[in-house]
Design a protein around this ligand. Structure first.
Ligand code: ZN
Length: 179
C-alpha cells in the first residue's frame, strides 16, 4: 500500500495493507506479496492455500506508540507430503505473540534495567516480560551451544558485551542478522 511503510517495516515480501491508530496504539495490517510458501517438511513450493486465520503480534513501537501487526497465518496443502502446513515466517517464531525483533528488544531492555521497569514502559504484564526474557534466554543458550567458533552474533548476544552497546542500534543489528 504505502512504499514508505513497507520500507520501514522491513520484512521480505510483505506489504502494509492499512495502518490505523486507536488510543495510542498503532495497528498495521500486513499482506503477503507471494501466493505460495515452502513446505517446512520437504521444501517443496505450494500455492494450494487451504485457509487463512489472522493473528495479532506486538512489534517494536513506532514514535513511542505501542505497535501491533495483524498477520495472516496461511495454511497450505503440500502435494508431496499429503498434509497441511502453516507458513513459516522469518520475522516471527511459530506460536509466539511477538515479532522476533520485539522479543530481542525486551530481552536487552531487561538486561539494562529490570523486569518491573520494562513492564511499566512497554505496558506489558510482569509475567509477559518475564516469559519473553526466559524464552530468549533459552534460545540464546541453544545458539551459543551450537556455535562453538565464537561468531559475531554469539559475542553480541553475550550479556557481558551488551551493556557497552547503545540499546537501539544493538536491536537493529540483531534484528537484521536474524533474517
Ligand atoms: Zn511437503
Amino acid at each position: 500500500m504505502d512504499i514508505h511503510l513497507d520500507t520501514l517495516l522491513n520484512f521480505p515480501d510483505v506489504t502494509v495493507e492499512s495502518c490505523t491508530q486507536e488510543v495510542g496504539n498503532v495497528f498495521l495490517k500486513l499482506h503477503f506479496l507471494k501466493d505460495s510458501s515452502v513446505c517446512p517438511h520437504c521444501n517443496q513450493l505450494s500455492d494450494n492455500l487451504h485457509q487463512t486465520r489472522s493473528t495479532l503480534l506486538r512489534d517494536l513501537s513506532i514514535f513511542g506508540q505501542a505497535t501491533y501487526l495483524k498477520v495472516p497465518r496461511r495454511q497450505f496443502y503440500c502435494q508431496q507430503c499429503k498434509t497441511h502446513f502453516t507458513e513459516v515466517l522469518s520475522f516471527m517464531e511459530s506460536g509466539r505473540q511477538y515479532t522476533r525483533r520485539y522479543e530481542e528488544y525486551i530481552y536487552q531492555q531487561v538486561q539494562l534495567s529490570t523486569i518491573q521497569q520494562v513492564s511499566r514502559v512497554e505496558e506489558l504484564t510482569f509475567d509477559r516480560v518475564e516469559g519473553i526474557f526466559n524464552h530468549q534466554y533459552q534460545l540464546k543458550k541453544k545458539t551459543r551451544g551450537a556455535a562453538s567458533n565464537g561468531s559475531g552474533l554469539t559475542k553480541s548476544v553475550n550479556g557481558k558485551d551488551i551493556s557497552s552497546l547503545p540499546p537501539l542500534s544493538a536491536t537493529l543489528k540483531l534484528g537484521n542478522s536474524l533474517k
